[in-house]
Design a binder for this molecule. Sequence first.
Ligand code: AMP
Length: 280
Amino acid sequence: MRVTTRSTHLRRYLQAAREQGQTIGFVPTMGALHRGHISLIELSGRSCDLTISSLFVNPTQFNNPDDLKKYPRTTEKDLDMLEEAGCDIVFLPSVEEIYPAEFKAEHYELGSLDHILEGAFRPGHFQGVCMVVDRLLSLTEPDVLFLGKKDYQQCMVISKMIELKNHKTRVIICPTIREDDGLAMSSRNMRLSVQEREKSAAIFRTLHFLKDHLQPGDLREIKKAAVQMLEKAGFRVEYVEIADAGDLSGLDAWDGNRKTVGLVAAYMGDVRLIDNLDLF
Ligand code: AMP
């Protein structure tokens, strides 16, 4: 496995691979890896000739400076896990490497996606996500980009950015990997105390509650009950939403036909967790 902090080196490796006709799969991450990330690396390994991953905690997507400061960093362990999973190249850039002095930020026209759900509670977050992924795609020009469904809205945002910027990259959305009790794996889970970790399985139970109780007609009562379930488990809830799976617009009533997804964001202590589940 090759590890580099420099985009010039990265470009050179990738150029050589491309000249040999190899297909390139890319898995961007912020490190503090877990089995969710590794499932993406493995999928890329099965579908592409060469797999590259990046470890970069992107400051421009953190609207909360304390969250950025507390974001877990476990680089040595990450590199071991990537090697074991068969990753070929790891890009470990500094902030200056990604955003050099001459770098110009741009605005991405994401429409309502920028302002609803995660966008509403984390202003500027998706502009920062687009900024870093756009930059990483320009450097790596992968054939395929592997993203986790755990970040449902992010998958939609990145797909939209790829369309806006005409990147020649195909997106593959990979299933959410969960702990045995249903908690979605997340780098942030390692900041939970033992008690908080136990209580956090309530998110998955709540999403299943929504799935089990989804019926044509008014949805407001089941959304309210879902909020109460989370609060009872000790969460401070930011949102519980049942949304159209295609555009994420929130639904207060369901026609019995539309594909819908349940989405949750909630704090356990000072750790913010998100999750989602296809409901229909
Ligand atoms: P992050 O390091 O949180 O930026 O995540 C990097 C990539 O891994 C993103 O595409 C995430 O959606 C994906 N990912 C994070 N957690 C999981 C999970 N539990 N299952 C599958 N993919 C995940």
